[in-house]
Design a protein around this ligand. Structure first.
Ligand SMILES: O=C(CO)COP(=O)(O)O
Length: 186
């Protein structure tokens, strides 16, 4: 038998998709045993309850974050950037505008920044969990190299130039402000 490869899996679903994700987890529950899970608040509590009911003897390893609209999506994003998540199963609702839409977009964007596996619907989730790569210890995701972006100001003359122009701009502004100030009455 192949060695078990423990994955770090994010689980999130919008309200209209929670039933779908719970069903999917139950359907794949045997394949999910032994992995580590991170989930937004409401989704996480519901999935953990369902899995615990189906497998009362299994000790599920769940870290439950805040509810999505209360910062949970951002916490998940932070975990992704920190390298703690390998897969994100995020069943999104295509029909309802979310109050935290900016967080949702930021979360999916960070998956692409880090090149982690992400899917937003059940069919794709089926394909991912059935992929041989899901249990292939030799597969290593390519971590995109953004070092040239991160260090774009590392060039010393460039930094000095930027700082100098900010200071000059401020000096000019202050001089103009002084000129505009009415002279104090005698
Ligand atoms: O809103 C969500 C994802 O954007 C999910 O949050 P909950 O799991 O707390 O419902």
């Amino acid at each position: 038998m192949e060695d078990f490869v423990k994955r770090n899996i994010g689980l999130v679903a919008h309200d209209a998709n929670k039933k779908d994700l719970i069903e999917w987890c139950l359907w794949n529950s045997k394949k999910l045993i032994g992995h580590k899970f991170y989930s937004t608040g409401t989704t996480g509590h519901m999935i953990l309850a369902a899995l615990s009911k189906k497998h009362p003897d299994v000790k599920w390893d769940f870290t439950i974050l805040n509810s999505g609209p209360l910062g949970g999506d951002q916490q998940m994003g932070s975990l992704i950037v920190g390298g703690s998540i390998d897969y994100l199963f995020f069943f999104t609702d295509p029909m309802t505008m979310q109050p935290h839409d900016s967080d949702v977009r930021a979360l999916t964007r960070l998956c692409n920044v880090e090149n982690i596996v992400v899917c937003c619907n059940r069919s794709t989730a089926d394909h991912i969990i059935s992929s041989p790569l899901f249990q292939d210890a030799t597969y290593k995701r390519i971590k995109p190299d953004f070092s040239s972006y991160a260090h774009r100001f590392a060039n010393k003359p460039l930094v000095e130039e930027a700082v100098k122009s900010v200071i000059e701009e401020q000096d000019t502004k202050q001089t103009l402000e002084k000129e505009d100030t009415p002279a104090p009455e005698k």
